[in-house]
Write a protein that binds this ligand. Structure first.
Ligand code: SF4
Length: 398
């Protein structure tokens, strides 16, 4: 089945895969968030909001964009997307936060401390991932972290830098979630992040997520859970171990997929939410589906990135996947969560622009059975209770 471009989830996936050109009548300098290439590279595009509320980071600069049928236009003061000239939808562009141009007390520009991705604040406080420093380099071939840290992002970020930036983003953007991410730091990741996490939790009570390679000593996650971390996520990237070794030589050799899966199982008992993160488009769809089924059976949420051959990375000349081939992936991402009782979409105001959220896959779902509907209703009930609880917690630390 071919999905219409008016299906918002399909459009989000197709924009990830095809990118978008910018009509000269657009005024992105004044109307949009600046394009900030951050972290492993997925954030290299323009942030837009597809109705009803799908935050989407659309590639602009990668070479495959030259053949895209999509163009962003500004018409009568509003932004629209056209496909081969035909109007598809209006879109909103989130504004550049004023705090991007403010400085922390130590004199660093706040946009070099953290960035908005969708509706949450993303912080990469650590040094460059170890795999970018080995000889020969063993970094993941799709990754651009080593091109960003020190260039686009500040190399040193103190706890105070991060706290001040979080406060500014909270004031202006009403964030509810701060996401910390590091590369491989030879097993020191959690110790390194602890003061940042502790400070943000203590001062704000915002939801906090941590994404690192699995700690060598899994019992360290107990401490993180005691600090109130809401979510941990583990990027094992590919399901097929041989392909993992080819795409991520350092990660495969020094850590290995089994360690990631063990960490997901272990952390599931400790945290409200655990994510297993994979990339669609670098291995056959069947493998990605298998990974989704494993993750959801373990009680975790699958985060599925669409492979983006970012400029400057080892894979910049590869092609992104085809959107139609990915439909079963994102349908399964949603349906497997519901089938296995994995709560999705429960946290308030977390819209992720870099990936298709599991709940956004609802637009692709074909399961109309009453058993499935009952499970969807159950997820809705969990969401209502959790939101009330979180809003209460937040109100105590305003
Ligand atoms: S582990 Fe791989 S994807 Fe993550 S920062 Fe290092 S090189 Fe990049």
């Amino acid at each position: 089945m071919k999905y219409p471009y008016t299906n918002p989830c399909y459009l989000k996936i197709d924009l990830f895969c095809r990118g978008m050109k910018i009509d000269p009548g657009c005024d992105l300098d004044n109307d949009a968030r600046p394009v900030r290439r951050t972290r492993a590279g997925l954030g290299s595009g323009l942030e837009i909001i597809i109705p009803p509320n799908l935050h989407t980071n659309v590639p602009l600069e990668e070479s495959f964009v030259s053949t895209t049928p999509y163009t962003l236009h500004k018409e009568n003061g509003k932004y629209v997307i056209r496909r081969d000239g035909v109007l598809i939808t209006s879109v909103e562009l989130p504004r550049r936060p004023h705090w991007y141009d403010q400085s922390t007390t130590s004199g660093k520009q706040m946009s070099r401390i953290a960035v908005m991705q969708g509706t949450y604040l993303a912080v990469y406080p650590g040094r460059i991932c170890h795999f970018w420093t080995t000889t020969p380099r063993t970094s993941c071939h799709f990754c651009s972290t080593g091109l960003n840290v020190g260039a686009i992002e500040a190399r040193e970020k103190t706890v105070d830098d991060v706290l001040e930036t979080v406060a500014a983003a909270r004031r202006e953007n009403n964030i509810t979630y701060v996401h910390f991410n590091t590369g491989y730091m030879l097993g020191e990741e959690l110790d390194f992040l602890e003061p940042f996490v502790r400070a943000v939790k203590k001062k704000t009570n915002l939801m906090v997520g941590v994404q690192t390679t699995p700690a060598p000593d899994l019992s360290k996650y107990k401490k993180l859970a005691r600090l109130g971390v809401n979510n941990v996520s583990f990027c094992f990237e590919l399901w097929d171990k041989e392909q993992l070794a080819e795409v991520c030589p350092g990660k495969s050799a020094d850590i290995g997929q089994d360690r990631y899966l063990e960490a997901i199982r272990y952390c599931r008992r400790l945290f409200p939410a655990v994510n297993g993160e994979i990339i669609a488009g670098l291995e056959p769809v069947e493998n990605t589906l298998e990974a989704i089924r494993w993750i959801t059976k373990a009680g975790a949420q699958p985060t599925v990135c669409v492979f983006r051959p970012c400029v400057g990375t080892d894979y910049e000349d590869k092609l992104p996947p085809d959107a139609d081939a990915l439909i079963p992936v994102f349908r399964e991402q949603y349906e497997a969560c519901i089938r296995n009782g994995v709560p999705i979409g429960i946290a308030p105001n977390i819209k992720v622009s870099l990936v298709v959220l599991p709940e956004e896959g609802r637009y692709l779902s074909t399961d109309k059975s009453s058993a499935f509907k009952i499970k969807e209703t159950r997820n809705q009930a969990v969401k209502t209770v959790f939101r009330a609880y979180f809003n209460l917690q937040l109100s105590l630390k305003k």
